[in-house]
Design a protein around this ligand. Structure first.
Ligand code: ADP
Ligand code: MG
Ligand code: ZN
Length: 483
């Protein structure tokens, strides 16, 4: 039996983060009362005329430039005709033969290796409404047209993805890129990113593509990965049993973790595409392209490489720090303000992310500025406060936005490095904890950790831990040599 390999191409729809819809002024607010964000244009009422949203166009061109696409100097909109109750005009305005962006690639990272996946095209279109089905028998189903006319960007990949895991990496990379650009939330749960996966198999080394199957209805990146794995397995098995793969659309069913046929090629729609007569063609000049190119952020993977090289940070740190553009910006602002890179990274990845997560906050609403970070790091590294106190000060800073120096001063939190004071505390702890003292003397070096901890506890974490350690060691060793 020949060895088969999988070939995957993804069609991703993302909702553009514009305030109004693509061809009218209705708001794109998620979760509004059904049919409250509608007007004659997006309801497709006779006599209404669409006008293209400029921000949607700019976002699309930005995405194209970021992906290295060629931006068409002339593109147009077309009507894709079909009947469905969520489509009030009976056609969707999309782009057919002259899309806005052609070609390009996305660099992805997969199992530590980089790979470029070709992009076929990027085009603009409008979303359809949403059927709201009755949950109880006897109740009516309805249509919510709020989503009708929400701008979508369709990004079609070349069939160059080789495994379900690679497809996952592609989606992750695309999402991060679009988030860096600020053009989409890419929140699959809110439906602002949707993915149709095309997959075929062929004997390894074969040049021609096999017959593809399109899988729809996945609601997470993991679901895409699972659906593809299932589908590849199904196709391999069918071929091994001597069957032929038929070109069809299949639906992923999350509960059973299986795909089921939806429609075959014979039943496929003929969309009768034709140019949209109510919209003028789109002509993008060089000047607009250059303006947009100048505003392009650094690509996520490029930024990762740069942060590793520039600040000598471990890969792991940089992966976390670049997982959001705002976080990477924040980190770099701290370093620019004077923070030591690794110390800043530790603080941000540790306390900062922990507290943000705990309070379900984003960096945007965070009261800690890069200046605060520089100051608190200086307090700890100079020994003015202990690491333990640092955490306490950080938490208060997080709540109040007060300067760390002020918090230390008003709370009497300065580190205790006074020899006489620490001597006295060490004696007390030794006297009270005879068991640990015995343990230490009988060779259990670790027992000293407990004793240090007792001194720290007595000072509410303010004692200089190195000094405490040394003092205790000296005392214990001196006493044991006496015996
Ligand atoms: P359709 O006309 O059915 O939409 P396209 O040629 O536009 O097909 O391709 C849609 C998607 O399917 C693209 O992402 C493309 O890379 C992918 N694709 C095309 N042919 C194959 C194939 N034989 N195997 C896997 N993916 C494919
Ligand atoms: Mg297609
Ligand atoms: Zn409208």
């Amino acid at each position: 039996m020949p060895d088969y390999e999988a070939v995957i191409g993804l069609e991703v729809h993302v909702q553009l983060k514009t305030r109004s819809k693509i061809f009218c002024g209705c708001p794109t607010t998620f979760g509004a009362e059904p049919n409250t964000s509608v007007c004659p244009v997006c309801l497709g009422l006779p006599g209404s005329l669409p006008v293209l949203n400029e921000t949607a166009l700019r976002y699309s061109i930005l995405t194209g430039i970021m992906l290295g696409s060629t931006i068409s100097s002339f593109s147009k909109f077309d009507r894709k005709n079909y009947f469905y109750p969520d489509l009030p005009k009976n056609y969707q305005i999309s782009q057919y033969d002259l899309p806005l962006c052609v070609g390009g690639e996305l660099e992805i990272e997969f199992e530590g290796k980089r790979k470029r996946i070709g992009i076929t095209r990027v085009h603009l279109e409008e979303d359809a409404g949403k059927l709201v089905h009755a949950e109880v028998e006897g109740e009516d189903s309805g249509v919510d047209f709020n989503r009708t006319g929400v701008p979508l960007l369709e990004i079609v990949s070349e069939p160059e993805i080789s495994s379900p895991e690679e497809a996952f990496a592609y989606l992750k990379g695309l999402k991060l890129t679009l988030q860096y650009l600020g053009v989409s939330d890419c929140d699959m749960e809110k439906g602002s990113l949707r993915c149709d996966a095309n997959v075929s198999v062929r004997p390894r080394g074969e040049k021609l593509l096999g017959v593809k199957v399109e899988v729809k209805n996945m609601n997470s990146f993991r679901a895409v990965q699972k659906a593809l794995a299932y589908e590849i397995e199904r196709q391999n098995r069918a071929i091994a049993e001597g069957q032929r793969i038929v070109q069809e659309t299949r639906l992923w069913e999350a509960e059973s973790e299986m795909t089921h046929p939806m429609r075959s090629k014979e039943e496929a729609h003929d969309y009768r595409y034709f140019p949209e007569p109510d919209l003028v063609p789109v002509m993008v000049d060089h000047a607009l392209q250059e303006v947009l190119r100048a505003s392009l952020p650094e690509a996520p993977l490029k930024r990762r490489d740069r942060l590793v090289a520039q600040y000598a940070l471990p890969e792991y740190d940089v992966e976390v720090l670049t997982s959001e553009r705002e976080l990477a910006d924040y980190f770099e602002a701290c370093v620019t303000a004077g923070a030591e890179p690794k110390a800043a990274s530790n603080l941000i990845m540790g306390e900062m992310l922990r507290l943000l997560k705990e309070r379900a906050l984003t960096l945007e609403g965070c009261k800690i500025t890069p200046k605060h970070i520089v100051e608190i790091l200086a307090l700890v590294s100079s020994g003015a406060i202990t690491g333990t106190t640092g955490k306490e000060v950080f938490a208060e800073m997080f709540e109040t936005g007060k300067r760390p120096g002020e918090i230390v001063h008003s709370g009497g939190l300065a580190q205790i490095s006074d020899q006489a004071e620490l001597d006295r505390l060490a004696d007390e702890v030794i006297a009270k904890n005879t068991k640990s003292v015995e343990d230490y003397r009988s060779g259990k070096a670790k027992a000293i950790g407990f004793l240090v901890g007792q001194v720290m506890k007595a000072t509410k974490g303010k004692a200089n831990p190195q000094m405490v350690n040394e003092i205790l060691k000296k005392k214990l060793e001196k006493d044991s040599s006496k015996r």
